[in-house]
Design a protein around this ligand. Structure first.
Ligand code: FES
Length: 855
């Protein structure tokens, strides 16, 4: 018998003492404020609890070790303390996706007893066990400073200002419930009769499957059913652009990567399903994997997909006469650059819950596009889309990594065939194994300027390892071409990008979508040109910066709203004052463009109970799209935000694409403004009270972009862009002491959300520059551990200062621009350029090789 206290309640436990405290709390006590982000790797801190006054990770605490201890979760701390802590996190904008937040609250609570008046540096050290992928820790530390100050004073209130004004902010939607851990993620949902699923993955990146023996798994106590590819009633292949990704691999088919699924098990509980999945025996004929994209392009290379060349696509864009300008150039800089594969590291592993519904299926999902998931699930099940209803559950971070389906299709199939609710949640190792990553890219780039320092020509040959399936790889490589000339006007371009299949983990969408890679190359060469020609690095960028009337790499002539120069001006004084200063500018598209339609629809309903429901199709994954929607609605109508709720559910039939390419603010914002025209008209004649029962619709459609390389007279590759300049300053030892990020937001809708996005992106960009990597060896991961992804911890972050620049965009609502991705577009390049100033070593490879590089 194990006796301990939990939140003041006596627990006497005589079950399996080897289970973790985390599993006990979640599965047997129904306490979901402790989150499972890394399932026992002790890598994320989301499961943090207090044990006898110390902060502990419950995922690595065995119950058998807990005799006589006092365990406290957020549910057990005094309400005034929880109030102070959660209000500080909400008030300071420290909650983004919120998956990590309860762990931080718990750490802050324990810190108060350990050191009630810590410095910021001491707080950062105290938070070392808690990982956050969204915030860059800046606002978390702000919140803890505020919370501890209020706890010291004994205050139990903060002034929560919810009024809408350009200089104030609306707290992130549902951030209070997220902070205390009470807003459920998919893996927190509870349901009677819920079954649990697990997947059996391939042991080899490339192998012919000769036999799948499920006998032992089927006999395992607690197993309900084992599924294989033969159980799929519809089209077994899905994909965002090309349908080349099989839900499960059939006998006699060949695997394409280690994340391929061979079978699925449904059982009474998750542990049983996972154990049984390992009992499935597979016979293979193991084949040599294609793991190098350059070898993949050789004629003798095996094909990743039989009957299809390994070269998935070649994107070519040419403008002007680059050869002539290279011949006549005053200065030329060239180099070969390479960038690494990295893991998104969203804190919430993939999870989905499906249940039968009338003659269809209902799915609770945390993906980035409920309508795109709906189409794919319907295809798999062989039923019409109307029979699939998908509800968006708050997403614990995504960053592009939840665009492709992972578990949604499997769990829908299992629930559909069993006619019972089923949930499937990946372990952290499975998550890293299965979902697409950032593209590793190799780039040969050449850049020319004349004697006055005007950029004249650029040549790029890029090769991207897109892994086993197409995902959005073609689009990523198109962005590399489309952004090759960076934030500069270069009139002559010769650009080519190859997208190559291999047997590595697929590469797909990740924040920045290829632009980070190519920006590293051009900004490095820009500094080299400056050195060769004796040009001032700031001035050189300023005279070449895109302005109204400039053309981008794809030949798009820009109209109003180009803010590169303003962002350069915002960092000018610090650049010249810095001893070792690295500078880089960035441009990032808003919207998918390239001839595809960008659109958004919205439904606004005035309920009889006084609530106003804004329904749309964009996923909230921490970026604050719901707060943006409420802000614009309130700004348009003058109504207060208190009774507004937001819903994302395919039952509303507001067909929307992926939440991607920093486009939701522009598209949804304009759709809301459209809907509000009628609401405002009605409000002129009557009160909001009389609108009860009314439903208003709005839409915004951008159908005027053009496909790159079509050489249309006036191509419009994207309807809008964002612009930035980042400055990295080193100390005398060559470590990063500060990053200044000046970003053109067009119009500032919400200062805290904006700063939070950029701070988090800079954190991600610094990790990309300095530490993060996910190497593979012959199609296998070198490590599938979250800790080995080397995401920067709180005490590894330098100071980050975000500066606002507002150059209104002609399309965005009130001039606002998307900011989700551009925050890390220039970061790695700025770091590389700062390092060069310190040691005069030009670096061509990410992560940058240097020790002691972060303060
Ligand atoms: Fe910290 Fe998302 S808010 S991981």
């Amino acid at each position: 018998m194990i006796n301990f206290s939990l939140n003041g309640k006596k627990i006497s436990y005589n079950g399996d003492g080897s289970i973790s405290l985390l599993d006990f709390l979640r599965d047997q006590q129904g306490i979901v404020s402790v989150k499972d982000g890394c399932n026992g790797q002790a890598a994320c801190g989301a499961c943090m609890v207090e044990i006898d006054g110390k902060a502990r990770l419950s995922c690595v605490m065995k119950l058998e070790k807990l005799n006589g201890v006092h365990v406290t979760t957020l549910e057990g701390i005094p309400l005034p303390v929880l109030f102070v802590l959660s209000n500080a996190f909400v008030g300071k904008g420290a909650v983004q996706c919120g998956f990590c937040t309860p762990g931080f609250l718990m750490r802050a609570k324990v810190l108060f007893t350990e050191n009630p008046n810590p410095t910021r540096a001491e707080i950062a050290i105290a938070l070392r066990q808690n990982l956050c992928r969204c915030t860059g820790y800046v606002k978390i530390i702000d919140a803890i400073v505020e919370a501890l100050k209020n706890l010291r004073k004994g205050q139990d209130k903060i002034d929560e200002n919810r009024s809408i004004d350009k200089t104030e902010f609306l707290p992130k939607y549902q951030s209070k419930q997220l902070a205390t851990g009470h807003l459920p993620f998919v893996n927190d949902l509870r349901q009677d009769g819920l079954l649990h699923a697990a997947l059996r993955f391939s042991d080899h990146p490339r192998a012919k499957v000769l036999k799948i023996d499920t006998h032992q798994a089927r006999q395992f106590p607690g197993v309900i059913r084992v599924f294989t590819a033969g159980d799929i009633p519809g089209n077994p292949k899905t994909g965002l652009i090309q349908q080349d990704w099989p839900l499960m691999i059939h006998v006699n088919e060949t695997t394409s990567y280690i994340g391929d699924v061979l079978a699925g098990v449904v059982a009474s509980d998750r542990q049983t399903a996972r154990q049984a999945a390992q009992l499935i025996e597979i016979e293979y004929e193991v084949l040599e994997p294609v793991s190098d994209p350059f070898k993949a392009l050789r004629p003798e290379s095996p094909l990743v997909h039989e009957g299809q060349p390994n070269l998935l696509e070649k994107c070519i864009v040419r403008w002007g006469n680059p050869e002539r300008f290279f011949e006549n150039a005053a200065y030329i800089a060239e180099g070969e650059f390479s960038t690494q594969r990295i893991e998104h590291g969203f804190l919430e592993p993939e999870s989905a819950l499906a249940e039968p519904m009338a003659d269809g299926i209902k799915l609770c999902s945390q993906g980035q596009g409920v309508y795109v998931d709906r189409r794919q699930v319907a295809t798999l099940l062989g039923i019409s889309e109307e029979k699939v209803r998908i509800q968006q559950v708050h997403t614990g971070g995504a960053f592009g990594g939840k665009e492709d389906m992972t578990v949604q299709g499997h769990v829908s199939l299992f629930a559909w065939l069993l006619k019972q609710p089923v949930r499937l949640t990946l372990s952290r190792e499975e998550s890293i194994r299965m979902h697409p990553k950032r593209h590793p890219v190799w780039m040969k780039m050449k850049l020319a300027c004349d004697s006055a320092g005007n950029l004249t020509a650029i040549k790029l040959e890029a090769t991207g390892d897109t892994g086993a399936y197409a995902s959005v790889g073609i689009k990523v490589m198109e962005r590399i071409v489309g952004h090759a000339s960076g934030a500069y006007h270069i009139p002559n371009t010769d650009l080519e990008a190859k997208t190559v299949y291999t047997n590595n983990i697929p590469s797909g969408a990740m924040r920045g979508f290829g632009v980070n890679q190519v920006t590293f190359a051009i900004e490095s060469l820009l500094d080299e040109l400056c050195e060769k020609g004796g040009f001032d690095r700031w001035q050189f960028r300023y005279i070449n910066a895109l302005t109204e009337g400039s053309v981008t790499a794809t030949g798009q002539r820009l109209g109003k709203g180009v803010g590169v120069r303003k962002t350069l001006e915002a960092v000018k004084a610090d650049f010249y004052a810095g001893k070792y200063a690295g500078l880089a500018c960035g441009i990032k598209n808003t919207g998918v463009g390239n001839g595809m339609i960008d659109e958004s629809f919205v439904k606004i309903k005035f309920e009889y109970n006084g609530k106003i429901i804004i329904s749309h199709g964009w996923s909230e994954m921490g970026q604050g799209v719901h707060a943006m929607a409420i802000t614009i609605f309130c700004k348009e109508t003058g109504l207060p935000p208190e009774n507004i709720e937001v819903s994302v559910d395919t039952g509303d039939s507001l067909v929307t694409g992926m939440t991607t390419s920093s486009r939701a603010t522009a598209l949804l914002g304009n759709a809301i403004i459209d809907a509000c025209r009628l609401i405002k008209r009605d409000l002129e004649a009557q009160s909001a009270e009389t609108l009860k029962g009314n439903v208003y619709f709005g839409k915004f459609v951008c159908d005027w972009t053009t496909k790159p390389g079509t050489h249309a007279a006036n191509p419009v590759t994207h309807f809008a862009y964002g612009y930035a300049t980042q400055l990295v300053l080193l100390n005398d030892e060559g470590s990063i002491r500060k990053v200044i990020a000046a970003h053109d937001v067009g119009y500032l809708l919400n200062r805290q959300l904006f700063e939070g996005q950029i701070e988090g992106a800079v954190h991600m960009g610094l990790g990309y520059a300095l530490t993060e990597d996910l190497p593979m060896n012959d199609g296998h991961l070198v490590s599938d551990k979250l800790r080995h992804c080397k995401i920067l911890r709180s005490d590894e972050m330098p100071e980050v200062e975000v500066r606002v620049v507002e150059v209104p965009d002609p399309v965005g609502p009130y001039g606002a621009k998307g900011i989700g991705e551009i925050g890390l577009v220039p970061t790695a390049a700025a770091v590389a350029n700062a390092f060069y100033q310190f040691d005069k070593v030009r670096r061509y490879k990410l992560p940058l090789q240097r020790e002691e590089s972060v303060k």
